[in-house]
Design a protein around this ligand. Structure first.
Ligand SMILES: Nc1ncnc2c1ncn2[C@@H]1O[C@H](COP(=O)(O)OP(=O)(O)OP(=O)(O)O)[C@@H](O)[C@H]1O
Ligand SMILES: [Mg+2]
Length: 217
């Protein structure tokens, strides 16, 4: 059992707190906050949410794991655009998802696209990397639910090259998993999400006084 109660929360989203893995600096542990469980998953779910009844709030882990399996099922190494899940651990804050930490070149926590846009730090090199990220995502079998500037971080890869990584918003949430049934539909849906993502990035850049030019295709 890993103790996280007194550990430092190094990042947080709407539902999860992120901690360093106490035994391995290259890993992070994500746990679902108790308050998020109560507000999002409390009360009895209707019958058609039978999966959610069975897995409760942990269904989000199932979605992410399923996508990692889908991506590995086509063969080849783990793609660099996608956060790598390495397992689960039992913690005093509930079941923890263990993932590889994405780090900036200097070893600090990788900034989100939202942070880079706000700092005016999305230069030509990074915008080109963002284009490559979106291409890799669209061309992979992964299903993406929530592509937004807080779910993509920028860090140094094992190859020494900086690139963007999708760290959340992975897997479908619909009752009828259309994207799972049709690769073409999934691709189309991701192209649209990619376009909306570019618009969100452009809006954040212009709010920070940067050029509002939408990233070129
Ligand atoms: N693998 C990772 N490497 C580096 N930083 C990460 C990683 N995963 C998460 N983070 C940081 O932690 C923050 C929260 O993580 P995550 O998006 O998984 O939480 P969440 O609560 O599910 O988010 P949401 O608000 O979208 O529901 C991210 O915005 C990012 O800054
Ligand atoms: Mg998130």
């Amino acid at each position: 059992m890993i103790r996280l109660k007194d550990a430092e929360i190094i990042a947080a989203g709407h539902t999860r707190d992120v901690y360093r893995h106490p035994d391995d600096a290259s890993l992070l542990i994500k746990v679902i906050r108790a308050s998020a469980i109560a507000t999002r998953y409390g009360r009895g779910s209707p019958w058609y949410k039978f999966k959610r009844r069975r897995y409760a709030h942990l269904i989000s882990y199932l979605r992410e794991v399923r996508e990692q399996i889908a991506v590995h099922a086509i063969g080849g190494p783990h793609p660099r655009f996608l956060q790598k899940i390495v397992g689960f651990v039992e913690t005093d804050m509930g079941m923890g998802l263990v993932v590889e930490a994405v780090r900036a070149a200097d070893g600090s926590s990788a900034p989100t696209v939202a942070a880079l846009a706000a700092e005016g730090a999305l230069d030509e090199v990074r915008l080109a990397a963002l284009d490559r990220f979106l291409d890799e995502m669209v061309n992979s079998p992964v299903i993406v639910a929530d592509l937004n500037p807080f779910n993509v971080v920028y860090g140094r890869g094992a190859d020494g090259v900086d690139h963007f990584v999708l760290i959340d918003g992975i897997g479908h949430k619909n009752l009828i998993p259309l994207e799972r049934m049709s690769a073409r539909l999934n691709r189309w849906s991701k192209v649209r999400k990619g376009d909306r993502f570019r618009q969100m990035v452009a809006a954040r850049r212009s709010a920070s006084g940067q050029s509002a030019t939408v990233v070129n295709r």
